[in-house]
Ligand binder design. Structure first.
Ligand code: NAP
Length: 242
């Protein structure tokens, strides 16, 4: 089994991914920004079940944080062999003329620059050791533009190019790089109250919202599969065929 770093593991999808990778027998580092208690509680729960798990704080808007996060994880659990770059931020639906430079930069810093910095830090070691898995969390917005705004769609679309480039470099060394792009998963990030959520659920062919555990299940399969690389997988309840 391997050592996994899951960013944004305090809540939502990342929390479910960390739990699932631990269930599958991996050692897990849970990255968080503000939710220290939630991340720490999950790490303690996973340790109580017999696994190795640590929670490590890092504000990935800070360009120095990615290397520091991996350094801290590797000091406690050993080399990162699985990276799930999941941490992400959005701001509510906006017309392009309402997006400030600060918002644009912040979303790109967390959603796109941090995955690049994390991959840059872990990929050479993975390649040297002949094994690695990198999974980047995109969004349906990368394909359609989505409902958040140009800043979010752009930051997510950039992950696809990043994955293609990393995959070309590393797949021959046993390192797979893939993108998982969810949509309308029940989490804090989903916009609106109960009525909005119900309408969003009805708009999907499957007739309901997705669950964080369903994203985690797909990511676990991506991690297991050494022949799957350079792919983007959309998980959206059937709305957009790719
Ligand atoms: N939910 C959906 O329907 C959906 C759809 C498409 C794509 N996605 C993508 O899936 C990923 C997970 O989304 P989610 O729905 O689980 O979101 P969420 O519930 O809002 O959780 C976001 C996670 O990212 C972390 N995070 C936020 N800012 C950070 C920063 N500056 N540095 C480090 N960590 C930071 C948060 O940590 P703290 O709690 O510590 O602040 C939290 O763990 C995101 O990349 C998102 O864009 C989600």
């Amino acid at each position: 089994m391997a050592t996994a770093l899951v960013t944004g593991a305090s809540r939502g999808i990342g929390r479910a991914v960390a739990r699932r990778l631990a269930d599958d027998g991996h050692d897990v580092a849970l990255g968080y920004a503000a939710s220290a208690d939630a991340a720490g509680e999950l790490a303690a729960e996973l340790r109580a079940l017999g696994g190795r798990a640590v929670a490590v704080g890092a504000d990935l808007a800070d360009p120095a944080a990615a290397d520091a996060l991996v350094d801290a994880v590797e000091a406690q659990l050993g080399p990162v062999e699985i990276l799930v770059a999941n941490a992400g931020v959005n701001t509510p639906g906006r017309r392009v003329e309402e997006i400030s430079l600060e918002e644009w930069d912040r979303l790109h810093a967390v959603n796109l620059r941090a995955p690049f910095l994390l991959a840059r830090r872990v990929l050479p070691g993975m390649a040297r050791r002949g094994f690695g898995r990198i999974v980047l969390l995109s969004s349906v917005a990368a394909y359609t533009g989505g409902i958040i705004g140009a800043h979010y769609a752009s930051s997510k679309a950039g992950l696809h190019g990043l994955a293609h480039s990393l995959s070309q470099q590393a797949s021959g060394d046993g390192v797979t790089v893939n993108v998982v792009a969810p949509a309308l998963i029940e989490s804090d990030m989903l916009p609106g109250g109960p009525d909005t959520r119900a309408a969003l659920a009805e708009s999907l062919p499957v007739g309901r919202l997705g669950r964080p555990e369903e994203v985690a299940d797909l990511i676990a399969a991506v991690v297991r599969n050494g022949f799957l690389t350079n792919q983007s997988i959309l998980l959206d309840g059937g709305r957009h065929p790719t």
